[in-house]
Design a protein around this ligand. Sequence first.
Ligand code: FES
Length: 86
Amino acid sequence: MTGEPRGHAEEVVVTACPDGPLLVRGPARLVDREGNEIERHRATVALCRCGGTAIPPWCDGTHKVNGYRSGDDDGRSTAREAGTGA
Ligand code: FES
């Protein structure tokens, strides 16, 4: 076991990478703020959450140089506080 989350072929798994992007695995449909489909070409995509990418919504690695820190809990307490998490 590698520690990587594994899912079924139809399951969507979103992984918050420490100090980095959200990895989206599985058949998630991505849309922009107007609801327009964002085309994806990979089974796993990385969504920027540091705000520094030059190619939004995708992570371009800028988080490694802009000092982005996700915090110790990787957003779990925020999800709980908002009532959107487990
Ligand atoms: S999270 Fe990677 S560039 Fe923002």
